[in-house]
Ligand binder design. Structure first.
Ligand SMILES: *[C@@H]1O[C@H](CO)[C@@H](O)[C@H](O)[C@H]1NC(C)=O
Ligand SMILES: *[C@@H]1O[C@H](CO)[C@@H](O)[C@H](O)[C@H]1NC(C)=O
Length: 365
């Protein structure tokens, strides 16, 4: 015992110094690390602090080329109508001109009116040109079907930059409801609510417009892609909804309306831009612009490298509710060589849209 104590006190002064110096080095590094990676750590621990949304009820979806619509309706437990419902496709537009063209060409034969609303600032208050108005000539193929509206942007009063972008989105929704009401829509018509980059497949829309007894409100499951159709992320996109319109209660709202969702009904292509400058614009315009935590996030070389590697532009972890999913999704998205089951006009026009297809990750400035 005495020996022990003597030995310990013999070591003590030296080891105390080591511990003190180590702490002096390790502690600030740990604190800086925690601050820098605060978001990553909270994302990694999401399965512990966040509860997943109510599960959706997936309806099986049947489709193959050359199977009659009558047969398809019956496979879903529905009957065919004597004539199709009129379809109204409503989007709030930012700057995704190529995706808008692909979307409208995909849906053109089935849609009665394309309702499109745009604004001269972004959700975060950055002034932007009215891209659709400036490029309207390009959409002449749909001219008779376009219902176009604009909404004045957010005024950026100095000091008010931190006004909630989500409130501004609510103003867009109200303007959209007005535009829909004045588009010629009647009760019983179909209304599609989605973002420009969430594209329903033509056959899903055709099915819903021709079948009787479909649900009054239905979400559409879409495959999620990032940067292009080369990077298939997962199939969890559910926000798009289709409504049998009722002037009393149908509301433009890009969120959960019902538990019902029709499987495999289209494509959600996020950050699918032709130019690197479009990526920078979107990163700044995003409702989550706070994710641009460092200036070099907006650097062209960095963005180009990340696109080709299938990594995350904001250097964030995937948003998942279980550790199993989170770990499965960490790291780059695997490349796909498939350009099968994509919008028909995209494949037809593959030379113009090379950057959206396998092997096309290089972008223009
Ligand atoms: C497509 O349908 C038509 C008419 O039902 C049929 O005659 C034809 O053989 C079908 N083609 C294929 C490739 O299945
Ligand atoms: C947006 O449009 C409104 C109305 O046309 C105009 O008053 C406003 O100055 C414009 N804002 C920008 C940023 O151009």
């Amino acid at each position: 015992m005495a020996l022990n104590r003597r030995r310990r006190s013999a070591i003590k002064p030296c080891s105390r110094k080591v511990i003190f110096i180590s702490l002096l080095i390790v502690l600030p590094i740990t604190i800086i690390g925690l601050i820098n990676h605060y978001e990553k750590i909270t994302y990694f621990l999401r399965p512990l602090w966040d509860t997943p949304p109510q599960p959706l009820n997936y309806l099986p979806h049947y489709y193959a080329e050359n199977v009659s619509t009558d047969r398809l309706c019956h496979l879903h437990g529905w009957s065919i109508r004597p004539h199709p419902r009129r379809v109204y496709d409503a989007i709030i537009f930012s700057n995704e001109l190529d995706l808008l063209e692909i979307r409208w060409r995909e849906l053109l034969p089935y849609v009665t009116k394309f309702i499109i609303l745009e604004c001269n600032t972004t959700f975060t208050g950055i002034p932007k040109p009215l891209f659709f108005a400036q490029n309207r000539e390009r959409f002449r193929f749909a001219e008779g079907k376009i219902v176009y509206g604009t909404i004045p942007g957010k005024k950026l009063v100095p000091g008010s930059e931190h006004e909630d972008p989500f409130l501004f989105e609510a103003k867009h929704r109200r303007a959209m409801n007005d535009l829909i009401r004045h588009s010629g829509i009647s009760d019983g018509d179909l209304l599609i609510i989605s973002d420009t980059d969430e594209m329903p497949s033509h056959h899903a829309v055709k099915l819903l417009q021709w079948c009787e007894e479909i649900p009054m409100e239905l979400h559409l499951q879409m495959s999620n892609y990032l940067y292009s159709f080369e990077f298939h992320v997962d199939d969890t996109s559910w926000k798009v909804s289709v409504h049998v319109y009722n002037s009393k209660w149908t509301m433009y709202r890009h969120s959960r309306h019902t538990d019902l969702i029709l499987a495999d009904s289209g494509w959600h292509c996020s950050f699918c831009f032709r130019k690197l400058s479009d990526f920078v614009f979107k990163m700044k315009a995003y409702s989550h612009a706070d994710r641009v935590r460092r200036k070099d996030f907006l650097d062209f070389d960095r963005i180009q490298r990340i696109i080709c590697e299938g990594k995350d532009l904001f250097d964030m972890l995937p948003e998942e509710y279980t550790f199993h999913e989170l770990i499965k999704k960490m790291g780059p998205i695997p490349r796909s060589k498939s350009a099968v089951n994509l919008p028909g006009n995209l494949v037809e026009d593959a030379d113009r849209f090379r950057y959206l297809l396998p092997g096309g990750c290089l972008r223009e400035e």
